[in-house]
Design a protein around this ligand. Structure first.
Ligand code: ADP
Ligand code: MG
Length: 313
């Protein structure tokens, strides 16, 4: 007597086999299919990248989720976006924009980064538009949150290298997150800085002297850039008083190729952007502590967190 020969038993065996061959999680939630990504509008663009608001709607009934999708303007930069993806997918902090996945089903060079969508855009758009509803305490809350995100980033041995109001995203009136990890570098445990080897477009008005002169980036170089970012925040990202504008007004515009040399020269002589009218002295004091010439003399994110927590209580 062989029970397996009886049809009833055979049927049950087949069903078990089928169940086993289908994994409980059918699809990888970080694998987005390009055919389900529907572009809604452009959110912004920088030197290399472009970010679009899309609806990811696999059911095709408009019930999907809104996501921000970063792709490259030219395909030959795809290794940069790959590096950005490998950075952002390791970061878990409430003040850092959340990675959702990638879309790569159109082949290698076309890779896209899928992130959570932050409806209010960057501080650069948000602050001028909502100036009348945002008091200084709010601005200091944003400063505190950026420092908390940066403290975490540093604890993971990353240097952001592009901290600026345009790269701080607004979730709602009381929550901001650090975005744009396109220039972020990880530093080896035994090193204190990252050294740039290739020439690239750089946000020079946000950079500390050691970055401009020696191409060296320390955690303290991010602190300098945070000082410039805080300067932008305290002036509500007023276009007339943006860091490039303020510097060019101070040295004069007509120096073309000499502009970089003049910037370095001015910083080395101790020139710093003046206190914006709307910035209290005690906040400007913190900004100046970020702008000490030598990286080792600058304040760190931990002390800044304590200062802002004190201001806010
Ligand atoms: P780039 O590397 O080209 O500077 P960013 O990542 O800084 O690209 O994005 C460019 C702009 O797109 C930002 O300044 C912001 O205005 C907008 N943006 C980026 N990511 C998001 C997001 N997750 N949600 C909403 N807007 C975003
Ligand atoms: Mg950017």
């Amino acid at each position: 007597y062989d029970p397996m020969k009886r049809p009833f038993f055979r049927a049950i065996v087949r069903e078990l086999d089928e169940k086993e061959s289908i994994p409980p999680q059918e699809t990888d939630p970080t694998d987005f299919k390009s055919r389900f990504l529907k572009k809604i509008r452009k959110l912004g663009e920088g030197n290399f990248g472009m970010v679009e608001l899309c609806l990811y709607d696999p059911k095709g009934d408009q019930t999907g989720e809104l996501v921000a999708v970063k792709s490259l303007k030219t395909e030959n930069e795809s290794s940069n976006l790959r590096r950005e993806i490998s950075t952002i997918r390791n970061l878990y902090h409430e003040n850092i924009v959340k990675y959702k996945g990638i879309c790569n089903d159109e082949g290698g060079a076309n890779i896209k980064l899928i992130m959570e969508y932050l409806p209010a855009g960057s501080l650069k758009e948000y602050l001028p538009r909502n100036k009348s509803n945002i008091d200084q305490k709010r601005l200091l809350l944003y400063a505190l949150q950026i420092c908390q995100g940066m403290e975490y980033l540093g604890s993971q041995n990353y240097i952001h290298r592009d901290l600026a109001a345009r790269n701080i995203l607004v979730e709602n009136e009381s929550l901001v997150k650090i975005g744009d990890f396109g220039l972020t570098k990880s530093i080896k445990d035994d090193k204190e800085y990252y050294k740039v080897t290739e020439e690239q477009d750089s946000p020079v008005y946000w950079y500390a002297p050691e970055c401009l002169i020696n191409r060296k980036f320390y955690k303290a170089s991010d602190v300098w850039s945070f000082g410039v970012t805080l300067y932008e925040i305290m002036s509500y990202c007023d276009r007339e008083n943006s860091p490039p504008q303020v510097f060019l007004k101070s040295i004069g515009r007509s120096h073309g190729q000499m502009t970089m040399a003049r910037l370095v020269d001015a910083l080395e002589k101790g020139w710093r952007m003046p206190r914006p009218d709307s910035c209290p002295e005690m906040v400007y004091t913190q900004i100046r502590r970020c702008w000490s010439h030598a990286p080792e003399n600058r304040v760190d994110f931990n002390s800044l967190i304590q200062e802002f927590e004190f201001f806010l209580t």
